[in-house]
Write a protein that binds this ligand. Structure first.
Ligand code: GSH
Length: 244
């Protein structure tokens, strides 16, 4: 029995849903409402000490970190494979996941403007202090503090956008035409990139997702969106879903 604690708009949750759909695994979804800070509740922290989503519960045992969860699912359900056979290629896959994970702060700058900032700006100083007290990581304390009181500036968004375009450049350089990030098959490295590319294409830098600027990434993105598992994973518009 698989239970996924997730949110439809969460990038890390989207990775795990993509993986589950590729594997054709049935799971029970529990939506965690980030605007209500359910991710920082004492009950949730018992299953995910980082106070973030997603968390997968398999036969009663919780697992956090989307990249780790995807690898776990691939070990558990080998067909269809989502990791290369070759150890070197698998190591490269992990480095992609690690690199993309390191860029999450840049995505937060864009994503949190939509729903979370609107909620956070309404908190009193006392409410904000209470929220911050419950957050386990210093980085996320800072992120919540920022959206509540010192929203990210245009300059910071430009810097974040440039770093995310850097991801497109790196992907473009790594891929063969009509290829995948690692080896010759779709893998968890590609899955790790999907939620980032979705947001880049939708809002952050759509002009970069063209045949002229990043032809291999553009073809890769078309191929990914045509996958039946992508259609089933609920990777909808971030902006439309927000209560802007
Ligand atoms: N490295 C983690 C990142 C998880 C993460 O940042 N989750 C976000 C949603 S995409 C979250 O729960 N944010 C709420 C918060 O920080 O309070 C993973 O890949 O699972």
């Amino acid at each position: 029995m698989m239970i996924l604690h997730h949110a439809w708009q969460s990038s890390a949750s989207r990775r795990v849903r993509l993986c589950l759909e590729e594997k054709g695994v049935a799971y029970e979804g529990h939506v965690v409402d980030l605007t209500k800070l359910e991710q920082h509740s004492p009950e949730y922290l018992k299953i995910n000490p980082n106070g973030v989503i997603p968390t997968l519960i398999h036969d009663g045992r919780p697992l956090h970190e989307s990249g780790t969860i995807c690898e776990y699912l691939d070990e558990l359900i080998p067909d269809p494979p989502l990791r290369p056979d070759d150890a070197y290629e698998r190591a490269k896959m992990r480095n992609w996941i690690r690199h993309i994970d390191s860029l999450i702060g840049n995505l937060v700058i864009f994503n949190w403007r939509h729903q979370l900032q609107k909620v956070a700006q309404k908190w009193s100083d006392e409410e904000l202090a209470e929220v911050i007290r419950k957050i386990p990581s210093p980085e996320r304390k800072e992120a919540w503090m920022r959206v509540a009181r010192r929203p990210y500036t245009e300059e910071e968004r430009d810097e974040a956008r440039a770093k995310l375009i850097g991801l497109l450049d790196r992907m473009e350089a790594a891929m063969d035409p009509d290829g995948w990030l690692v080896g010759d098959a779709y893998s968890i490295a590609d899955i790790a990139a999907v939620p980032f590319i979705k947001r880049i294409d939708e809002e952050i830098a759509p002009d970069q997702m063209t045949e002229a600027k990043h032809p291999r990434v553009a073809a890769w993105w078309t191929a990914i969106q045509a996958r039946p598992a992508y259609g089933r994973a609920g990777i909808g518009s971030f902006i439309e879903a927000s209560s802007d």
